[in-house]
Write a protein that binds this ligand. Structure first.
Ligand code: F0G
Length: 461
């Protein structure tokens, strides 16, 4: 037997950003002022920021150098062509429209492809994606495998589509009622869970037969490809880059938040293989984002994105990225903390229903847990449960998702294992005094994407 070899990050640190330490008193006051919503905390009062992996990654020296090569022409910036070239090379989509971030692309694509009254089946909802589908007149239908809704299930491909659920929708409503199938790689709300290549191929077959498009939310596609490489039979010998390209080839178009996988602080795009869709998107982007060769971005942003895409599919990079998430996850499992299994690719998700079984879902257990974690150590996490799920647009009731989670999201190339140790120890301390945590009541509820700005008070306050 060979000895297990440790891995380390494939980079060294050239520049540092000091963190601010706070006292418990300061944090109690800050979370109260933030209405017990971690989104409303000033980041200067946060020690380790695991709110999101979106736009929070560290750029490489090459990306920073790329910023200096920004061609800030209004039209036809050379950086746009670099971006187009990177997208064609690594993802294979023919036509590209840059947008300021993922939801800009979702807006345009939803408006083009969804007709009022149509269904949009997908492998679990994502907040902004579903909202744009609804604003375009569509209704989201969940067709993910049942295992995805069970935080204890260790099924390795919880991002898979249940083809039976899709077939049942087609049988009940007809293929023409389906705008497209919306596939995310990986599935954020399920805990960063991958879809398998075999499942995607089977889905492609069914959709081709029925004449239904597959639209790819490729926000974390490189991480999904790496999970396929590690977990799917017969895929271990391939590079993640090769698998990324195959995943994209099985779909007809994509929306991308480049703030995740592609290692930039801002940016996104819409891509399609269809000229007609591209034509319409080019028309619409002018209304909502900017000209079709900049889409709300500076030339320098597009250059950083083009370089980030290249770096994001490098096997050594993804191994360390996913490895760090796994490190934190394993530590929490060893401490007996209930987390979503298997450990996902972009974060570790605490199972708030199991963590706080005495807090009913209507008292927002995940929201309360995220606030408590901040008070304990200044670690900022995010609710992914009933608050994020929002309300049913027809009935006005809360959605009651099976998954009531706190997401500890790891930015790429930003924190060290020592930071992960501090996070794990804080979660353990909160777990030890979990009986004393009460729920919250909502005192302010915004109309759209309420989790960003909602305010709460402790129950009994
Ligand atoms: N799709 C997925 C799967 C996402 O995770 C996000 C953003 C988007 C689309 C929207 O992209 O933010 O660039 O407009 N997720 C962030 C998060 C906000 O924290 O998970 P965006």
């Amino acid at each position: 037997m060979t000895k297990k070899a440790s891995w380390a990050e494939p980079f060294k640190i050239k520049m540092v950003e000091p963190l601010f330490m706070t006292t418990r008193e300061q944090r109690v006051k800050a979370i109260e002022e933030a209405g017990y919503n971690t989104f409303l905390l000033p980041s200067e009062l946060v020690y380790i920021d695991l709110l999101t992996d979106s736009g929070t990654s560290a750029m490489s020296d090459r990306q920073w150098a790329g910023l200096m090569l920004g061609d800030e022409a209004y039209a036809g910036s050379r950086n746009y062509y670099h971006l187009e070239e990177a997208i064609r090379k690594y993802y294979g989509y023919k036509y590209v429209v840059p947008t300021h971030q993922g939801r800009g692309a979702e807006n345009i694509l939803s408006q083009i492809l969804i007709k009022k009254g149509q269904l949009v089946p997908g492998n679990m909802y994502f907040t902004t994606t579903r909202l744009h589908q609804e604003l375009a007149g569509g209704t989201f239908a969940d067709i993910i495998v049942d295992e995805a809704h069970d935080p204890r299930s260790t099924f390795p491909f919880k991002g898979n589509v249940d083809l039976g659920k899709l077939q049942a929708l087609i049988d009940a409503h007809g293929a023409e009622r389906i705008a497209y199938v919306s596939i995310a790689t990986t599935v954020n709300m399920a805990g960063g869970q991958p879809i398998s290549l075999a499942n995607l191929k089977a889905l492609r077959k069914l959709c081709t037969k029925q004449g239904i498009r597959i639209i790819h939310d490729m926000t974390r596609v490189a991480e999904n490809a790496y999970m396929i490489k590690m977990l799917e039979e017969g895929q271990g010998h391939r590079s993640a880059a090769d698998i990324v390209k195959e995943i994209c080839s099985l779909t007809d178009g994509a929306t991308m938040s480049a703030k995740k996988d592609a290692l930039v602080n801002i940016g996104g795009f819409m891509a399609t293989n269809e000229w007609d869709v591209f034509e319409e998107a080019r028309n619409m982007v002018v209304v909502y984002e900017g000209l079709h060769t900049y889409g709300g971005l500076a030339g320098r942003d597009m250059e950083a994105m083009a370089i980030g895409i290249t770096e994001s599919v490098d096997d050594d990079h993804i191994r360390a990225r996913v490895g760090q998430v796994e490190y934190l996850g394993k530590k929490l499992i060893d401490m007996g903390i209930p987390i979503v299994l298997p450990i996902g690719s972009h974060g570790v998700f605490l199972d708030a229903k199991a963590f706080l079984p005495h807090v009913p879902q209507t008292a927002f257990p995940a929201q309360a847990l995220a606030a408590e974690l901040y008070i304990d150590s200044g670690v900022r996490a995010m609710e992914r449960g009933i608050v994020s799920a929002g309300r049913n647009k027809e009935t006005g009731d809360h959605y009651y998702p099976e998954l009531e989670l706190v997401r500890l999201t790891i930015p790429r190339r930003v924190y060290t294992q020592a930071h992960m140790d501090v996070v794990a120890e804080s979660v353990e301390r909160v777990y030890e005094r979990r009986d004393r945590i009460t729920g919250l009541k909502m005192t302010y509820e915004p109309k759209y994407l309420r989790f960003f700005q909602a305010r709460f008070e402790p129950l009994g306050a």
